[in-house]
Write a protein that binds this ligand. Structure first.
Ligand code: ADP
Length: 250
């Protein structure tokens, strides 16, 4: 009798979990549709004005620029969604390999160099070779997204400092900026999908609201952890700790 009661309880629990997952998926799909609809409406509106000859000759170029800007936003959003889906599904490409977090960070910094100089933010990397067994493209997106944010939410003339060091068991990555900071009450929520502290600033700097959820998910599949220290108005520091060796990948 007892056994049956326990089975029933487990079944109820499983059912609740399935319903919860379905609800999260539904919510995500609704958010994605909304986020894609906004730039699409803007593109369609600008194109209609151009088509109907409602735009003065000298305004044609800025209009084309806006269409390109909104299209880039959609591309970034779709790319982030693809990254998240791969992480959610534990994609077959997600193979652990011997790689070096320091080298990967150098590559990420290289590709962000022009964005940093356009924002007048300096970016420097300090550390040494950090061999780990990990999924290189996931490690790349962790470093890339953290540095990208450190540039986006910084001030002109500010800086970003990356640090990489290794202990016997862990590799620690720190990304420290001199930017706007994160208020205490938002520090947990920033890792949620589509959560932004200041939606218009995020939009202005080309944010999708998905960067940190990709980072968090990437850290978790490596059995790692992420911490955030911040002082509003002074800057933010993200500290990622990843075990050097991974027994099981979740
Ligand atoms: P987004 O694409 O909007 O940047 P993220 O998921 O990467 O989305 O980040 C979520 C929110 O967290 C951002 O909109 C921003 O408000 C805040 N944030 C992230 N990184 C930083 C940072 N280094 N400094 C200040 N705020 C940050």
């Amino acid at each position: 009798m007892l056994h049956i009661a326990a089975q029933k309880r487990q079944l109820k629990k499983d059912q609740e979990q399935i319903e919860k997952t379905a609800l999260i998926r539904q919510e995500f799909t609704a958010n994605v549709s909304h986020e894609l609809k906004t730039p699409l409406h803007a593109i369609s509106g600008y194109a209609e004005l151009l088509e109907n000859g409602m735009v003065r000759e000298e305004d044609i170029k800025p209009f084309a620029g806006r269409i390109r800007g909104e299209s880039s936003r959609m591309i970034r959003l779709v790319e982030d969604i693809i990254d998240l889906t791969k992480l959610d599904n534990g994609d077959a490409e997600m193979k652990r390999e011997d790689c070096d977090l320091y080298r990967i960070a150098e590559n990420a910094v290289d590709s962000l160099e022009s964005r940093a100089s356009a924002a007048n933010v300096s970016i420097a990397i300090d550390g040494e070779d950090a061999p780990i067994k990990a999924v290189p493209q996931v490690i790349y997106s962790i470093v890339y997204n953290l540095c990208d944010n450190a540039i986006k939410y910084n001030h002109s003339g500010g800086s970003v400092a990356l640090g990489i060091h290794q202990t016997e068991h862990n590799t620690v990555l720190t990304v420290k900026d001199t930017g706007i900071g994160i208020p205490e009450e938002s520090r947990e929520r920033i890792f949620e999908r589509f959560y932004r502290i200041d939606k218009s600033r995020s939009k202005e700097v080309g944010g999708t609201g998905l960067g940190l959820s990709i980072v968090k998910h990437g850290v978790l599949i490596h059995n790692g952890k992420i911490e955030v220290n911040s002082e509003p108005g002074k800057g933010t520091e993200f500290v990622v700790t990843i075990p050097n060796e991974q027994e099981v990948i979740k």
